[in-house]
Structure formats: C-alpha cells, structure tokens
Design a protein around this ligand. Structure first.
Ligand code: ADP
Ligand code: MG
Length: 608
C-alpha cells in the first residue's frame, strides 16, 4: 500500500491558519492597527466600508518596508519582531507570530503600498488568495497602506457566518478603542462608509479616554496611581455614582496591550464593594506595566488573555490601589461646610438615583438664568423644569385609533364593570395597585404592569403600522453618550422616530432630541435610552419583528408609571379602560401577571 500522508500546500495551510487569526473583520482591524503601531507610526487612519466586509484599509506613517520585506511579510511565520524563543519573554511589539498578513492574504484581496524613509521608490504589491498578482515600484510617501478587500471571498461559510453590519462594526469599534486608548501618543482616525467616526489627536491618557467616550467623561474619572516592584498601575476608575447597568467600559491594558482578565476584574469589582447600586458595573481604564518576563501573553491565539507569574500579589495591589483612589476621591469630595459622613463612604446613600451616564447640557436653555453655570460637579441628571401631570400620559390617546378599533373589547369591558361608569369604584392602594369593583367582585391591578402593557401595545403599533404622535419640546434635549452608544441609537433611529422621537442630532457623542413620544415624560428619557442601548447589546437575531417587539417592550418598561407614584382618579379610570382594550390584558410583554380577579364567591369562602 502506498503512503498516504502529504504536506498541505501553503495556500491551504494559510487558509487553515487564517481560521484562527481572522475570525471576523474586527480581527483584521486589530492586526493591521497593531502592525502600524509596531512600525512606529505617529498617525494612523482606519477606513472601513460595509463593516469591513467590502474594505478594511489602514494607512500609517511608520517605518515602511523594503521591496523584499514587502513580499516576505506575507509569508507564514515571517516576522521582523523576534528572532529566537528568548525574545518571546522580552517583547516590545504587539506582533511576533508573523501570521497575520499571511492569514489575511489567504482569504481576501490584499493590496499593499509601502516605502521606507531611505528608499527613493516604494512598492505596490497585490495578493489574492495567497497568490501575488502584481508587484511594482511606485512613487509614494514614507509609511504603509494596506487595503483588505472582499474578506472571506473564498471561504463562503465564513462569510455567511458574519453577523449584521451593526454588530461587526461594533466589534471593529471595540478594537479601535482598545488600540487608541493604549496609544494616546499616536493620532488616530476612523471612518466608516465615508463618515468620520473618530479623529483623535495626539494627547495623554486622560484626554484620549475623554475624546473616545465623550466630553462628560472627564469629570467622572478618578485617577489611579501605584508603583511597586511587581507592577506600575496608572489609569482611571469611574466614580461610583456614574456606574451603569450597561457593561463595557472596562479596560485592562498590560504593557500597552488590551487584555481580559477575570481575576483582576474581580479585584476591581471588589474594591467597589458597597459603593455601587445593585447590578451596576464599575467603569475602569487601568494600565498595568509589568516586567516583560513576568507575563506570558502567548497563551491564546487572539492574544487577549495573559498569564502573570504572581497573580495573587497583583490582585491585592490592583484592589488596594483602586480602593485607595476611591477613598482619596471621596475625601476630596467631602464638603467641609456640611456634616461629614464618615460612616457612609462616598455618600453613596445620598446618591441621586437618576440614570448615571446620560446628562444634559445645562447651558442649553437660553432663557434660563439659574442653570447656566457650567458646574464641574456631576450634574444630577438634567434639571429642566418639566413638571407634567401624570395624566398627560394619556393626552392625545383619543387621536390614536386604538379605542375605535377595538370597540368590541371596550364594550365587553364595560359590561364587566358595574353598570354605570360613574358608579364604578376605583381607588389606589399603597400607590401600587388599582382596585376596581366589578359586578362579580373586584380587580386588583398592578399599576406599573398595566401601564406597561398598554404602552407596549401602543408602541408596537406605532413602530410597525402607524406613526405615533410626538410632543414637541420647547427646548431641545441634549445628551452626551459614548460614540458607540450613539451609533446604536442611529441604527434604531427609524423605529424610534416611528414611536414619536424626533432627533435633531445623532452624531459622534451627541444626541439632540426635539420631539418625544407623547406618552414619554422628559425626565425618563435618559433611562429609557439607556435601557434601549443595553437591550440592543444583547444582540438578538436581526429579524425586524423581534426587534420592533423588543424595542416596544423596552420603551414600555422605561415609560410606565412606577409603583410608588400616586394616580388621579381620572388617570386610573383611563388606565383601566386602556388595559382592557388591549389585545392581551392579563400579562406584560415579559409574561408577568397584570391583575388578579377576586370574586365575591372567593371572598365568601374566606369568611367561612
Ligand atoms: P507580526 O506582526 O507578528 O510580525 P505580521 O504578519 O502582522 O506579523 O507582519 C509581518 C511583518 O510585516 C512584520 O513583522 C513587519 O516587519 C512587517 N509589517 C507589517 N505591517 C507593517 C507596517 N504597517 N509597517 C511596516 N512593516 C510592517
Ligand atoms: Mg502583526
């Protein structure tokens, strides 16, 4: 029998290797940005088309490559960054495997233009599926431009596996953030489909974070500084009162490399113990410098996980330095005119419960003289006077055709209640339940859930069938959010506008709203938007029905009257009528019971 084992041809081996290195467009972005950093660039541009499916381009002003190196760069295991195994323990660069370019070239159309300072001419190189199709000299400036087109063109299974553009773009943005945060000494630009998303000037760490996350971030950062033999820690943690339920603003960098580390994450979280509201996540941007031979960054192919020599000590140091930073901050924050509150650190208990991340520019109202001071203190949500009677939630409902459409249900409902509407007894119990008498007994209605159900059906109808009514705002509402959150809202813009939102601006980190759904109180806007953003991060299937459904449910939850709010007689009557005009009155969108029916008979039984 003849031998059966054969060596794989290079292009097949490269394709297999590519599977590990390049999982999605964001992986290419990461590799190319890191190569540019390794090449000593001071300016880097990232250009993306169709979430990287059509084009990923990185332009840098780094050291460039010679003609031979340009060709070598695409060979597997070809790297200029290490020469032997010992170098692995003394890495000064992001790359060292020499796999990235070979992998990318195996599964895309790649073109490279590069020139070194000392060369007169640069090189253009074009590669398709590992084959060089063109190489020629070219007049160009110092640096490198790599364009990756039609990613996975020859791996259809992979291409099909890609998520929606929204999701892939978010992954790309995440990688961009990570590289940008670790390298404030490098200017970075990022544009997607010809829109500039970021233009980050050379700056320091703090300024870089603020440029990425939005101007309002500045006042929320508490510096962390610690230097020991084992590690030097610099960076920032978010003040506890700005913590949010949304995950995400949690960054560890080790020797300028973004990493994930559950154990160290725990160290930070535990330093925040007692300072955060339930389910809120701390924000942190921590840069750890450790001796190069005390960390092994080699344990994972995509290199976000690392192994430290002495994790336990590191844990203790991280925890202590964060605690220390928070303690310092709270001491500074004490107002000595007021009674000191030593037992309650960071004045957590007095903390405003409004949505933490979203704020309004208090200067916006040109007529208001009281709040034009540009306070550097965290502004407790926004303070525009917008006292609206709760009843106004129902204003405009008559215009909606809900009631007219559902006359059947309405008449059925009225027959459920006692004969004359005026004689129907409705009252509020514990500011939480609405008790309504029936012919047959009584209903105990959960006010929050009932309202949620009503709103859910209205909103769903508005999103899918008929645009909802807007209330114009006298003064636009301006919010500052992280750029990626604004881009989530941009993606939902059409649907949100169907519900009655009118956006004036939705760019970079600025959201300006000039109209609201008629049922939405202005003061609930930040919370509602935060919930929408958080829910959208769960990344459900892209099906339009489920998305509308989810948006309606999310908004309804945020907008519904809370337990603890008192309701007028009229409001309660309206709510009950509305509830029983719903297609489904018994359960909320999440399947929770809205009311219970206590019959006269069951009461009789209790008295036996
Ligand atoms: P690695 O980064 O692990 O060395 P890559 O496949 O990413 O492997 O790159 C191979 C080589 O190509 C690098 O070692 C470097 O010498 C060269 N190279 C890649 N990108 C650039 C760039 N933007 N500027 C200069 N040289 C580059
Ligand atoms: Mg590399």
């Amino acid at each position: 029998m003849s031998d059966i084992i054969r060596l794989l041809p290079d292009h097949v081996a490269n394709q297999i290797a590519a599977g590990e290195v390049v999982q999605r467009p964001a992986s290419v972005v990461k590799e190319l940005l890191e190569n540019a950093i390794d090449a000593g660039a001071t300016q880097i541009s990232l250009i993306i088309k169709d979430a990287g499916k059509t084009l990923i381009q990185v332009i840098d002003d780094g050291k460039g490559m010679s003609m031979t190196d340009a060709r070598m760069a695409f060979e597997r295991h070809a790297t200029s960054k290490i020469t032997n195994a010992n170098d692995l323990f003394n890495l000064h660069t992001k790359g060292f495997r020499g796999e990235a370019l070979a992998s990318v070239a195996a599964i895309a159309h790649v073109s490279l233009k590069t020139k070194r300072e000392e060369d007169d001419l640069g090189t253009i190189l074009e590669i398709e599926g590992s084959n060089v199709v063109n190489q020629e000299p070219v007049v160009t400036t110092k640096g490198t431009m790599i364009s990756v087109r039609n990613l996975f063109y020859n791996v259809p299974a992979r291409r099909k596996f890609l998520k929606s553009d929204n999701v892939e773009l978010r992954n790309i943005t995440d990688e961009f953030h990570r590289v940008a945060m670790a390298h404030p000494q490098v200017g970075l630009k990022f544009s997607s489909n010809d829109t500039e998303l970021f233009n980050l000037p050379i700056s320091n760490y703090r300024q870089r974070i603020v440029n990425i996350m939005g101007a309002k971030t500045n006042e929320k950062l508490v510096p962390v500084e610690e230097e020991t033999e084992l590690v030097k820690i610099t960076g920032f943690v978010g003040k506890p009162e700005f913590a949010r339920k949304t995950k995400g603003l949690q960054y560890f960098f080790v020797n300028d490399r973004f990493i994930k580390h559950n154990y160290l994450h725990h160290a930070v979280t535990s330093a925040f113990e007692g300072l955060l509201k339930e389910k809120n996540n701390p924000t942190y941007f921590l840069f750890l410098d450790v001796p190069k031979d005390s960390v092994d960054i080699n344990i994972h192919p995509t290199k976000t996980e690392v192994k430290f020599d002495d994790e336990h000590s590191l844990y203790a140091i991280v925890r202590a330095s964060v605690k220390h930073a928070l303690g310092q901050f709270s001491i500074n924050a004490i107002d000595f005119d007021k009674e000191p509150q030593y037992e309650v650190p960071y004045e957590y208990t007095k903390k405003n419960t409004s949505s933490p991340k979203i704020e309004v520019n208090p200067d916006f109202n040109p007529f208001s003289s009281s709040d034009t001071s540009n306070s550097s203190k965290p502004s407790p949500s926004y303070s525009k006077p917008a006292p609206q009677a709760w009843e106004s939630l129902y204003a405009g409902l008559d215009e909606s055709s809900t009631l007219q459409d559902e006359t059947e249900e309405v008449s059925m409902t009225t027959s459920m209640f006692e004969d004359e509407k005026v004689t129907r007894n409705i009252f509020q119990l514990q500011r939480k339940f609405i008790i309504s008498t029936l012919k047959s007994g009584m209903l105990v209605i959960h006010q929050n859930r009932a309202h949620e159900r009503v709103l859910y059906e209205q909103l769903l109808k508005h999103i899918t069938v008929q645009r909802g009514t807007s209330q114009q705002l006298l003064f636009p509402l301006r919010l500052n959010l992280p750029v990626d959150e604004v881009s989530i809202l941009t993606q939902l813009q059409d649907q949100l506008e169907q519900t009655g939102f009118i956006f004036k601006t939705l760019v970079n980190n600025v959201v300006e709203i000039v109209g609201l759904p008629i049922q939405l109180k202005e003061k609930h806007v930040p919370e509602v938007l935060e919930t929408i953003i958080r829910d959208s991060e769960l990344d459900l299937p892209k099906e339009s029905f489920s998305q509308s459904d989810r948006l309606a449910a999310t908004m309804a939850r945020g907008m519904a009257i809370r337990s603890g709010e008192s309701m007028s007689q009229e409001a309660m009557e309206n709510l009950v009528d509305e509830l029983f005009a719903c297609k489904e009155s018994e359960l909320t969108a999440q399947g929770k019971k809205v009311f219970i029916n206590i019959t006269g008979e069951s009461l009789n039984l209790k008295f036996n």
